[in-house]
Design a protein around this ligand. Structure first.
Ligand SMILES: [Zn+2]
Length: 415
C-alpha cells in the first residue's frame, strides 16, 4: 500500500544513511591521512605515538558507528514497511483489553526490540573498542547491572508518563497535542531538576571535593562568579572508564558542577580552576536554560505536526500500517522524524560550539586562557580525541570546536 509519502520517507531514510556513511568515510580517511604528523603547535605537548593512538581509536569508533547506523536504518525499515509494527500491534490485542494498555504494550515492545538491536553495539563499544585502547574499566557485571538499573528506571518513569500521554490523547480532542506538550515540558523540567540529586547517584558515587587548598581556590572563584550551589562534586568515573570529563548539570537549587575523578588526577590546580571556570561560563551565559527553551519550542512544533498527522490515513498507510491508533502514531512519528531532521544536525552543533566558545571566553577572563589551553591539551591527549577531524564531519556533528580552533581562539589567534 505504498503512496507518495512512502517514497518521501524512503528518500529521507536512505539519504540520511548515505550522508552519515559518507561523512564517516571522509572522517576516517582524513584522520588516516594526517596520522603521521601532529598539527602545528601540538608537537611539543603531545607525542606522535599518542596522536597515532588517537587516530586509530577514532577510526575504530567511527567504523563501529557506521555499522550501527546501518542496523538502525534496517530496524526502522523492518518495523515500518517490513510490517513489524503492524505485527506487534496485532499481537498486543491479545494481551490487553483497553486501548491505553494496548498502547503501552506496543511502545514497550518497540523499546525492547530497539534495545535488543543496540545492545551488541553497546557491548562492542565498551568491551571491544574502549577495552582495546585501554579506556574501559567496566566489568561485564557492572555493565549488566547498569543495564538492569536503567531499564527498570525507564519503565518506572516511562510507563506512567506514557499512560498519561495516551490518556490525554484520547480525551482532549483536537488540542491534545498542546496538553501533551505541557505535560512533557513540565516533566522535563522536573527531570532536569532531580537528575543530579536523585538519578545520577543511582549509577555513580558523588563526593564533595576533598582537597583543602583546591577547595579554597574554587570557593573564591565561585564567589567571584556569583555561583551558589551545593558545591563541587567528584564523581567516580574511573569505575567505568578512564576518560575524564567535567560537566554542569541541573538548575535552581539542584545545580552542581561535577568533576570526574579521572580528570582531577591528571590536571594541576590552575588547570582545574580553568576547567571549572569554563563550566561556570555555561552557567553564567544560561546555556542550560537556553537549550531547554529551544527543546520546548521544537517539541511544540513536532507535536503540532503530529496533531495534523494523527488522523491522516496516508501517514499510516505510507509507512506500511493498516491499523490506526494514537500509540501507533506516536511510535511511527518519533521513529520516522529523525530521518527528516538529520540534515539539520549542523545547526544544533553550531549552537553548541558557539556556547563552548562563550564558556571559554568566560574562563579566559576569570582565570587564565593559558591554564585552560594546557588543560584542554591534556584532555585531548588522555581521552585520545583526534586533533585532526575531517572539517566537514566536525562542522556537522561536533558539539565542541576542534582542538586546533579552540586553542587558537583561547590564544586570541583567528585560525
Ligand atoms: Zn563546555
Amino acid at each position: 500500500m505504498t503512496n507518495a509519502f512512502t517514497y518521501a520517507f524512503l528518500l529521507a531514510l536512505g539519504g540520511s544513511l548515505l550522508l552519515r556513511l559518507w561523512l564517516a568515510r571522509r572522517h576516517t580517511r582524513h584522520i588516516l591521512r594526517h596520522r603521521q604528523q601532529l598539527p602545528a603547535g601540538f608537537a611539543d605537548s603531545i607525542p606522535l605515538e599518542a596522536h597515532q593512538r588517537a587516530a586509530d581509536y577514532t577510526v575504530a569508533k567511527t567504523r563501529l558507528g557506521m555499522l550501527n547506523a546501518v542496523a538502525d536504518t534496517l530496524l526502522i525499515l523492518a518495523l515500518t514497511l517490513g510490517g513489524g509494527l503492524q505485527g506487534l500491534w496485532q499481537l498486543s490485542a491479545n494481551l490487553a483489553g483497553s486501548d491505553l494498555l494496548r498502547g503501552l504494550i506496543l511502545i514497550g515492545a518497540v523499546s525492547l526490540v530497539s534495545g535488543a538491536v543496540s545492545l551488541p553495539f553497546s557491548l562492542a563499544r565498551t568491551f571491544g573498542v574502549e577495552a582495546r585502547f585501554g579506556f574501559n574499566s567496566t566489568t561485564p557485571k557492572l555493565f549488566f547491572l547498569d543495564l538492569i538499573k536503567s531499564t527498570t528506571l525507564g519503565i518506572m518513569i516511562g510507563a506512567p508518563l506514557l499512560l498519561l500521554v495516551l490518556w490525554l490523547m484520547s480525551i482532549m480532542g483536537s488540542l491534545w497535542w498542546l496538553w501533551v506538550w505541557l505535560l512533557w515540558s513540565g516533566f522535563s523540567v522536573l527531570l532536569v531538576a532531580v537528575y543530579p540529586t536523585l538519578i545520577a547517584p543511582l549509577f555513580n558515587k558523588f563526593q564533595p571535593l576533598q582537597d583543602a587548598t583546591l577547595s579554597q581556590r574554587i570557593d573564591a572563584l565561585l564567589q567571584r562568579c556569583g555561583f551558589k550551589s551545593q558545591g563541587i562534586f567528584v564523581m567516580d568515573g574511573s569505575t567505568r572508564s578512564s576518560h575524564g570529563n567535567a560537566y554542569f548539570t541541573g538548575f535552581g537549587a539542584s545545580k552542581r558542577i561535577v568533576f570526574f575523578d579521572t580528570l582531577l588526577k591528571r590536571l594541576e590546580h590552575d588547570e582545574i580552576e580553568a576547567v571549572l571556570a569554563h563550566e561556570l561560563g555555561h552557567f553564567h551565559k544560561r546555556h542550560v536554560i537556553k537549550r531547554i527553551g529551544l527543546t520546548f519550542a521544537l517539541s511544540l512544533g513536532f507535536l503540532f505536526i503530529l496533531g495534523r498527522l494523527i488522523d491522516a490515513s496516508w501517514f499510516y498507510q505510507g509507512l506500511g500500517l493498516t491499523s490506526q491508533s494514537n500509540a501507533l502514531a506516536l511510535v511511527l512519528f518519533f521513529m520516522v522524524i529523525p530521518a527528516f531532521t538529520f540534515p539539520l544536525t549542523p545547526l544544533s552543533s553550531l549552537l553548541s560550539r558557539r556556547h563552548e566558545y562563550e564558556a571559554d571566553d568566560f574562563a579566559a577572563a576569570q582565570v587564565s586562557a593559558e591554564a585552560l589551553a594546557s588543560a584542554l591539551v591534556k584532555l585531548y591527549r588522555d581521552n585520545a580525541s583526534t586533533l585532526t577531524p575531517d572539517p566537514l564531519h566536525s562542522a556537522f556533528y561536533d558539539s565542541h570546536p576542534p582542538a586546533t580552533l579552540r586553542i587558537a581562539h583561547l590564544k586570541g589567534e583567528h585560525a
